[in-house]
Design a protein around this ligand. Structure first.
Ligand SMILES: [Zn+2]
Length: 190
């Protein structure tokens, strides 16, 4: 559980945007700068904001060096493009994914709850402990066999929430060439 807010600091005359998160788990303030330029500050729930601000100020040169080359306008544009694309594809993705899930689950017969179509950066799909399935809408743009592999992969996590031999055994029952597909998928950027 976390609550995020967007903030800005000015360092050396440059406005630097960051996401501020309060989390239960953390014990101290943490700064993270990601490759895509996102700058995230995490602080424990109970930390007074002035302590957080002071910490950021003390680290400002380090932050500046890390993010000085980031083009925030370009990032913002990219994000807007992405969310427009998500809106365009999400309905279609929901229908296609539901259909393929039903198709493969006629064989497996696993029980799942919610199916969510998300706009994610890093993963194609996931399965939660509570038997909810999540899929990246971008799998709609994959070749059919890769999309099916992602769907079967997450479906099989309903039985095996790991990547054990048993898990791959389940996947192989409907996608025998999963190794090859997995390799191809790894080479596609989502
Ligand atoms: Zn997996």
């Amino acid at each position: 559980m976390a609550s995020d807010s967007k903030r800005k600091i000015n360092i050396n005359g440059k406005d630097i945007e960051y996401v501020f998160k309060r989390t239960k788990g953390s014990k101290s303030v943490r700064l993270a700068v990601y490759q895509d330029g996102r700058f995230v500050v995490t602080a424990p729930r109970w930390y007074p904001i002035y302590v957080v601000n002071k910490f950021i100020e003390e680290k400002s040169q380090w932050i500046f060096d890390k993010v000085k080359d980031v083009d925030f306008d370009l990032l913002r544009e990219k994000k807007a493009d992405e969310s427009a694309e998500y809106k365009k594809y999400v309905k279609l993705a929901r229908v296609v994914i539901a259909g393929r899930l039903e198709f493969f689950n006629r064989y497996y017969g696993f029980a799942y709850k919610r199916v969510a179509i998300k706009n994610q950066k890093t993963c194609w799909g996931s399965c939660s402990r509570k038997a909810n399935l999540n899929f990246n809408y971008k799998i709609i743009k994959l070749p059919d066999e890769l999309r099916d592999y992602v769907i079967v992969h997450e479906l099989c996590h309903l039985r095996e929430l790991n990547h054990s031999r048993n898990f791959w055994g389940l996947v192989a029952q409907t996608v025998p060439d999963y190794r090859e597909l997995r390799r191809r998928l790894r080479n596609i950027k989502n």
